[in-house]
Design a protein around this ligand. Structure first.
Ligand SMILES: O=C(O)CCC(=O)C(=O)O
Length: 279
């Protein structure tokens, strides 16, 4: 495989209440993904803890020195892969964040993304969730280089904010990875739609990585971890059980679509502007 091609693996992990068990399951599945040829592997949002504001402080750890991060670093090194560590509740200076880390094949920390847009919604009779009750928001865009392409990171609700993805595209990202746990109300309507929309409007690869569904959990995840190509086509998709989603990424598809439908050079930068105010 040339560096224009690589295999991406999304681990739709079954997450329970036992933190070390969650991490152990993740490590085993990372190894399986590597055995099956993945050079880049990603975990879901909140992979070491159940998803819910009441759990975040109990499960929170230091990033990057806590044991979950240290295990991710070791796994990236042992398997010689790029590893996107889903997200975990992070504690820093008395504040909690929903944080994604990315690790390189020497076990080095490449990036740390704190969820920028907190998930505060109220759909009467369906779902009310308020991450801001316990979490603080990050204020940074997060992207890093691999030998294959530049990768941008967002977490779940971040996916709804198209400006963030647009900025990643302007910064040269060719793949955006969003660990995310949509739910049974918004998942069926919006999860694939948003992934395909972000892929189509920015002409890049999109990956959304969900936990597997646990029917009796406080928060029931939609699942359906998905990879979309720059044409907006779904390349690979899970249902709701634990599984690894594999996608062979060929970056020439990205050049093809950008050449065929050249929206980025046709954008009317003389009459509107999307710009990053922070790094
Ligand atoms: O935007 C949604 O519908 C779900 C978002 C979410 O679950 C999250 O941000 O964790």
């Amino acid at each position: 495989m040339s560096s224009r091609n690589f295999r991406l693996g999304l681990i739709q992990l079954l997450v329970g209440h036992n933190k070390s068990e969650n991490v152990k399951r993740a490590l085993n599945l990372i190894k399986t993904a590597k055995t099956n040829g993945c050079q880049v592997v990603a975990l879901p949002e909140c992979f070491n803890s159940p998803y819910g504001t009441k759990y975040f402080s109990e499960y929170a750890e230091n990033v990057p020195n806590g044991s979950t991060c240290q295990n991710l670093s070791k796994a990236a090194k042992e398997n010689n892969i790029y590893l996107i560590g889903g997200s975990i509740p992070e504690i820093d200076g008395g504040k909690l964040y929903n944080t994604c880390t990315a690790w390189g094949p020497s076990g080095e920390l490449l990036a740390q993304h704190r969820k920028v847009h907190l998930f505060d919604i109220d759909i009467p009779g369906k779902i009310t969730f308020k991450e801001s009750e316990t979490l603080s928001a990050g204020s940074n865009f997060t992207f890093f280089d691999t030998p294959f392409c530049t990768v941008g990171l967002g977490i779940c609700y971040d996916l709804r904010f198209e400006t963030m993805a647009r900025i990643y595209q302007k910064k040269g990202c060719q793949l955006l990875i969003y660990p995310g746990a949509f739910n049974m109300t918004t998942g069926p309507l919006h999860w694939e739609l948003l992934l395909r929309a972000r892929a189509t409007d920015n002409q890049l690869f999109m990956a959304g990585v969900s936990p597997a569904r646990v029917e009796n959990a406080d928060y029931v995840a939609w699942g359906h971890s998905t990879v979309v190509d720059p044409w907006g086509k779904v390349l690979a998709k899970a249902e709701f059980d634990e599984e690894i989603v594999y996608a062979d990424i060929d970056l020439t598809a990205l050049e093809e679509v950008r050449k065929s439908i050249p929206i980025s050079v046709q954008s009317r930068d003389d009459i509107y502007e999307v710009k990053m105010l922070t790094k």
